[in-house]
Design a binder for this molecule. Sequence first.
Ligand code: GCV
Length: 681
Amino acid sequence: MGTETNAWLRYAPLDASSVKKYARLPSHFEALENSLVADSARKELIQGISRMLGRSLQPGSGREDVFILGTLPEVHKLIPELKLPNLEADGYWLKAAQIRRRNFFVIAGVNDRGMLYGVFALLSKIAREQEVLHIDELEQPYGPLRWINQWDNLNGRIERGYGGPSIFFADGKVRDDLTRAGQYARLLASLGINGCTINNVNADPRVFRSDFIPQIKRIADVFRPWGVQVSLSADLSAPKALGDLDTFDPLDPKVAEWWKKKVDEIYGEIPDFGGFTVKADSEGQPGPSTYGRTQADAANLIARALKPHGGVVFYRAFVYNHHLDWRNLKNDRAKAAYDNFHPLDGQFDDNVIIQIKNGPIDFQVREPASPLFAGLHHTNEAIELQITQEYTGQQRQLCFLVPMWKEALDFDMRLDDQHTPVKALVAGRVFHRPTGGFAGVANVGMDLSWLGNSLAMANLYGFGRLAWNPDLSAESIIEEWTRLTFGNDPQVVQTIDDMQLRSWHIYENYTGPLGVGTLTNITGNHYDPAPESAERNGWGQWIRADHEGIGMDRTIATGTGFIGQYPPAVQKIYEPLSSCPDELLLFFHHVPYTYVLHSGKTVIQHFYDSHFEGAEQAAQLAEQWKNLHGRIDQGRYSEILAMLEYQAGEAIVWRDAICNWIYQLSGIADQKGRVGVQARQ
Ligand code: GCV
């Protein structure tokens, strides 16, 4: 297996002094649990210790110092002296203890999955040279569901995927060789991810064909040893599209019967199948509106088929009309999720989870948190974050998204004027929901580095870590990732951490500052600068830039009223210009170019300055990287240097395109003489 496919699970050999630090770790192991997942845990422990410390663990015979691998009750049976902790499903306990003159290193899970997570956690600590000899650590996930979505098409291409072809599908069927799928499941398990939807949400109904389900089973078989449940994106029109019925009306009993039979058939092949992810009535996907039914009718239809098997439905809130009339200043795509789902609160079955994108538009470089998070009190919810960098440089530019995701997760909705962060809402903690959690759109591909370049993998790692514990800081997440991926050389760690942590703001600076949106080509590749593509069409990603001013007026007083979807305490922040933060100003307000920001600059000057600053910062990234020459392997060094040098060039392209566009519109030159009349003198 190449180093790169191992990503953060490289288990690179530690140097002699570090190996010495771990000399007192047990030389034997006892595995108490027998299952596929438990086998993976045991093998991973043996492999990790062998590769990092050069020691080969042996099965214990009852007398030696040992690693004990088991579930909590099994550990208790063996070592009744240990008082067992209370933990939620998938949680684990790492405990070093001397009992009856024997050293035990306990890796105990609530279930076998927890045990596997405990092994990965221990190996991560060793790889990062952390102290473990006296460990007593309890960990449990913040929320029950931590899923990955892949937008893979059956022909092997991936929608918004920048890491090569699908690891699951080729030429209309499941690949013969699923080695990469198994490796992917191992990476996901190391983060505590417990489900993966393997096909595009713009779903192909053929996945439900009876000759296709055994193919899906082959993927489930390679995922199972890692505790990752396979799930499918479902096309709601499947009963009709496959030619079985003449309708897909969610309230037609024939349709309910079709789904019941289909789901039973799937569980017959895949007993641990996870459930469905659904995109309906959105961007051309079929949905219940065809029959005048609600999203709740559709969600419950398939939820009821899944319920007896323990399956769930992630039903996406990304339902909107992409033929909006741009001339109507009251129209606003940002309002769609709340308008569609808030009125249905309480009507969804308990195994339905409403999957809400972090922002109200569509993964732009900066958006406020979606108000829908605070608008569902009797319904399960999950946050959808996009790991694949669709609008943020498509893995050809560095953009570490964890700081952005943290802003959404930590955003305080102030429900009833109480502290109500989004993370607590999605995990079901605020309204004591039975389930909820996190979904990340990853779109890894066959590329050896999975996402197209190895630095981008920090986003997959970061998503997983936040899904496990959203209280972790961006700083601690990137430090973990860098050490695991590039080793513990302090200069390497410090440099890469710094580059990653600054990268989102840098990208925002030279693309779309002040909450204006990404200003990219929204009707084409979502990559190049093309701000005009957002205006005067039905997609609703309007900037509303004219000769006088810029920004969407979403106020309650004079605009679309979107701000009214937030709880009152949040409205009070965004509605008045005096308290609206600069970085979201143009998302919420339409202002003249000469409007003075809290920073003291005018909007137009901020545009010029941020674009020039962003381009300079992007150039510095490449220079920073050059300091690592000789400190990391030549392969990754050169690959990343090439990317950063390209990015520096792209930043100039963006800078000039956006500065010229806004100058043409506003007629106001840059005070510093870089754009406009003064620049030409
Ligand atoms: C899968 C954006 C993307 C689409 C994607 C859609 C979605 O609009 O550009 O490719 O479709 O989001 O999240 O459903």
